[in-house]
Design a protein around this ligand. Sequence first.
Ligand SMILES: [Zn+2]
Length: 323
Amino acid sequence: MKIFRDGVKEKLVPIANQLFEKQRKALGYTILYNYDEDICEFGKKPEPTKNVLEDFRDVYKELSPETHVYYEDLLESEFYDLETRQGKIVGAYSNHVALYHMPFIFETYNASSGALKTFAHETGHGFHSYCKRGEPLSFAGACSSDLAEIHSMGMEFLVWPYLKHVLPEEDIPAYKYLHMKHALSFIPYGCAADEFQEMIYDHPEMTPEERRKLWKKLEREYTPWRHFETDTFFGKGRMWQRQTHIYRWPFYYIDYVLAQVCALELHVMDEESHEKAWECYKNIIKLSGTKGFNDVVTSAGLPSPFEEGVIEELAKKVAYSIV
Ligand SMILES: [Zn+2]
């Protein structure tokens, strides 16, 4: 894990840092505070379709014959709940309903960029359950979360070439930029959470003050663009306290990071050859539940994130499109 995290620290952090530096300059600020990180420097927030269910038909029809069949089946059987209504919890998930052999997609869809990305994410999870519904052994239909999140985060990127069906043409560059910025800056943040956990579990004698100091040090190393100076809580090295995973599911958070790296690898492959990337994605789904993370991704044709040089190579490839 250290090789992976060091690769992120040395190769990916400078790129993420450049992104926020570019944003700071575009907005004309002296310091980009944490609450400004999400301001869209394109001037206008992307405005996705309000009718995402219907409009995604074209996305999945053009993406592949398999997603076309899956999505039409999902719509026909009405296995979804996207409506925003009073009393409905805000959140999203895809749950496999074994009795009907169908995934159920739940989201409180509010037509924001985040909601659109989440819809692609959850329908990506749903596609995995749909593909696996014929498995004779139920455990082969499930898999570890590092792999499961490739199904969803991978789908978030695989729909990129078809975004014209769900976004106004002029909003697409801003949407892609925001998506990529979030994906890239999440990886170092997730690594900081992982290193932090390793340290505090190795040293249970650390005092609260020492833990806060450690987090501040890791924040500077992994997220040097982040400024909390005006925040009396987060500014004191307490940001990790909002990450409930650290309290409830130690060492789990890195799964999202590994999946995000693989999703970006898949995206790079998709830009070179859609056929190749789609085959790779289908293989990841097929192999999930039969082998461990590393075996699945490498057998499907992606490089292992743990191998030396992989993060550097990925950083170079994604940098051109965004920095
Ligand atoms: Zn997910």
